[in-house]
Structure formats: C-alpha cells, structure tokens
Design a protein around this ligand. Structure first.
Ligand code: PLP
Length: 417
C-alpha cells in the first residue's frame, strides 16, 4: 500500500478506522509516564478512579456490580465471558449480523458452550420476532449480541432486546459485545438489565490499545461464583480477579498479574475527559457526525452497507464502492491524501466496501476537523476515480453521478450521447 509521506507533509495521517482511533495528546502523554510500581499509592489511586469512572460510563449504579480492567484487548472479554459465565454444554443464543459475532461464537464454543446462531442478511440487524420465537421454544443460559458489528456498521438496538428478554426469558443472561459501541452509543447497563458488557480501550474511548474492560452485573457475578464445573482458564478467571478489582477500587494495592500501568493512566485521562461532560452530549455529537458522514457518502452516489436508519451505527459507517474501485485502491489513494480508512471484512466481498470510522476524539475534538477532512478526502478520491475512467468503462449510473457532481469530461460524454 502507498505510504503517507510524513516528512514531506510535516504531519501524520489521520486514523479514521473503527479502532484504534485517534488519541487526545493529553491521553497520549500518559503513555510516557515514568515507570512506577503497580503497588505504589499514586497508581492505586489512579486505578481506583478508573474503576469508579467506568461505573459512570456504563451507567451502572448497582454497587454490587463490578468493572474489570485487564491487560489485553477486547477479545479478552470474550474469553472472560465464555469461561466464567457459561459452563460446558450450556446453551447460548447468538445473534449474528457480522464477522465479530462469528468470532465471539467460536470463542464460546472453544470453552464448550452449545451455541445457536441466528444469522441475518449482510448489513441487517437481527429480527426480534425470530429471537422471541426461539426464546419461547428453547431455554438459553445466555443471549449474546454485538451492539455494533464493526465489520458491517450495523447497530443492534439493546433496549428492545432487553424488553424482549424480560418478557420471554428473564432468567437468560444478557451479554453484550460493546467493543465498538461503548463511548459512542448509549449503553444503559442497569436500566437495560445487561449482565455482561465487554469493550476495549482503543475504540470510542480513544485510548491506546492495551486493556480489555468487562462490566459484570451482580446476577452474573453470582452465576460465576456458583458455577459447578471447574474453570478452564487461569488469566481470565473471574474469581481470581474479583478481589483484585475490589481492592484497587478501594485504592489499595493487590496482585494477581501485572496491570499495564501506562495504559491504565491513559485510560484515566480519557475517562476523566469523557465524563467531564454529560454522556448524552457525547452520544448526540456522535449521532450528528455519523449523519453527516452518511449524507456525504450517499451524496457521492455510494450505497451504505447498513440501510435501515435505526440500525446504522454512530461510530462507523461501511459503504459499497463503485464497480471497478477496490477497497485496497481507495485506501491507498486516501492515505496519499492523509487519511486512513479501514477495508471491508468479509471473505467474499471484503474488497468491495470500505469502513469510515468516526468515533471518540476525532468526533468530539471539533477543532481537529478530522471527520470533515475524511469526508473531503473521500470525495476527492472518488472524483479522481471517475475522472480517470475511460469513456467505455462508464456505466449510466456513473455518468449520472458525474453530471450531478459537475465532473467535466465524463459528464460531457453523457450529455453528448
Ligand atoms: C465488535 C468487536 N468485538 C470484538 C473485537 C475484538 O477486539 P480486539 O481487537 O480489541 O481484541 C472487535 C475488534 O475490532 C470488535 O470490533
């Protein structure tokens, strides 16, 4: 892939992928914090505050619930979930709008869960009536859903699912992969009776990668603590981490495995900034920006992968490319202009679509104009593609696009035809 010449441009490319995301310089500075002991009082204070702030971020007010912050990534939350809350042979209902759901399902199966997957068309969200039917017929230990599937930019609404569970199967644990949603989509852990929500530091929290974050309800803690079969994991063991998290939250030192001290400090800076304003403002900001991105993409004559308005994520937008333009080519051209987009994630048509990340610092830091620059670069790249097409390659739809967008020669071709 072409390289963005930082020396020539005197600046770095802007990272507009759905994670990792751009990091506020204030947060980034914490990554060069001097080495400190994880037993030192300043570190215990920092870690304790991180855990307390996470309760606010997840809108979780039940003091019996517990956040966990473990060195690792979002995927560690999958292992943590699979090994602690589900016993071998127990049934899990899996809602699958994309790539990440399938990977989470494989992780659950690895630990012995019996999974049933409800699949949907690429770009669609799960149909709740089918979920309800399934819950009426079979008993499930847990329902697992990915809040935002990063591979398709499909948002699955949690509140209706929560209502459905309360109606049809209240004993079923409600497990949410919030890796691409926590920090940019509303996730009301308590009100929506979520039992387990997992995320990572590097997406909408705009912190460097390095920790997996898991919020666990009092009910799920009880399930983990009273399981009958022995745990088959060491590092991801909830009983081993629970006393450590409780102690750190009281700002007391404790040890099971070494926490990534600089990442914890960076997360502290990021959470402090996020919580310095109402969360509702942050979510509204993401909604506004995502609407702008979608309008710009559609204005270029391109189709969105997630078509239904209620299922379009606010932190990432996936869109189809015109015939003849691959994701690899578009991203190479965008990189030359200083923007990094993400490619598609699908075995068959991954190179036919691109993902535009608009979450975290790039959205809330209006002065940076990251998203506006991303939109401009996308537009310039698409226009360049059309301008370079030979006349016989132009399809009617392409020509119409050129006319609407006043693209000189190719527009003239059609006008003269
Ligand atoms: C929805 C979702 N779940 C899980 C993961 C895995 O997270 P990680 O790459 O931090 O392990 C990702 C990564 O992009 C994701 O988007």
């Amino acid at each position: 892939m072409a390289q963005f010449n930082t020396q020539l441009e005197g600046r770095k490319p802007i990272l507009l992928t759905p994670g990792p995301t751009e990091v506020d310089p204030v947060v980034l500075r914490e990554m060069s914090h001097f080495a400190e002991s994880h037993f030192s009082q300043p570190f215990c204070d920092t870690f304790g505050e991180v855990l307390t702030m996470l309760r606010k971020l997840f809108q979780c007010y039940d003091p019996r619930a517990q956040p966990f912050v473990l060195g690792g990534s979002g995927s560690l939350g999958w292992d943590f979930t699979a090994t602690n809350f589900i016993e071998p042979g127990e049934s899990v209902l899996y809602l699958s709008p994309g790539f990440f759901d399938d990977a989470f399902e494989m992780c659950l199966s690895t630990y012995g869960a019996r999974t049933t997957k409800l699949t949907v068309d690429f770009g669609s969200a799960p149909d709740l009536s089918i979920v309800e039917e399934e819950l009426k017929v079979h008993q499930y230990k847990a329902l697992v859903v990915t809040h935002v599937d990063t591979s398709t930019s499909v948002l699955t609404q949690l509140k209706p699912l929560s209502d459905l569970l309360a109606r049809s199967s209240p004993e079923t644990l409600f497990i949410v992969d919030g890796v691409a949603s926590v920090g940019c989509e509303d996730l009301q852990f308590d009100s929506w009776k979520v039992d387990v929500a997992v995320t990572g530091s590097q997406k909408a929290l705009s912190c460097p990668p390095g920790v997996g974050i898991i919020m666990v309800s009092a009910r799920a803690l009880h399930v983990a603590e009273t399981r009958k079969t022995p745990l088959t994991a060491w590092y991801a063991s909830l009983p081993r981490w629970l006393p450590i998290m409780r102690k750190y939250e009281k700002k007391e030192a404790s040890y099971f495995a070494t926490p990534p001290t600089q990442v914890v400090r960076a997360l502290h800076a990021s959470l402090a900034d996020i919580l310095s304003r109402p969360l509702s403002d942050r979510f509204a900001q993401h909604k506004r920006k995502s609407a702008e991105v979608r309008a710009a993409i559609e204005g270029l004559g391109l189709n969105l992968v997630a078509l239904e308005p209620g299922t379009q994520a606010n932190g990432v937008t996936a869109f189809w490319l015109p015939e003849g333009l691959t994701s690899e080519l578009l991203r190479a051209k965008a990189l030359e202009r200083g923007i990094i987009f993400a490619g598609g994630m699908h075995s068959q048509f991954g190179s036919k679509y691109v993902r535009f990340g608009h979450m975290g610092f790039s959205v809330v830091n209006e002065f940076g104009a990251h998203i506006d620059t991303g939109i401009k670069v996308l537009r310039d790249t698409i226009i360049e593609f059309y301008q370079n097409r030979s006349r016989k390659e132009m399809r009617l739809a392409d020509c119409e696009f050129c006319i609407t967008n006043d693209l000189g020669e190719n527009a003239l071709v059609l006008a003269q035809a």
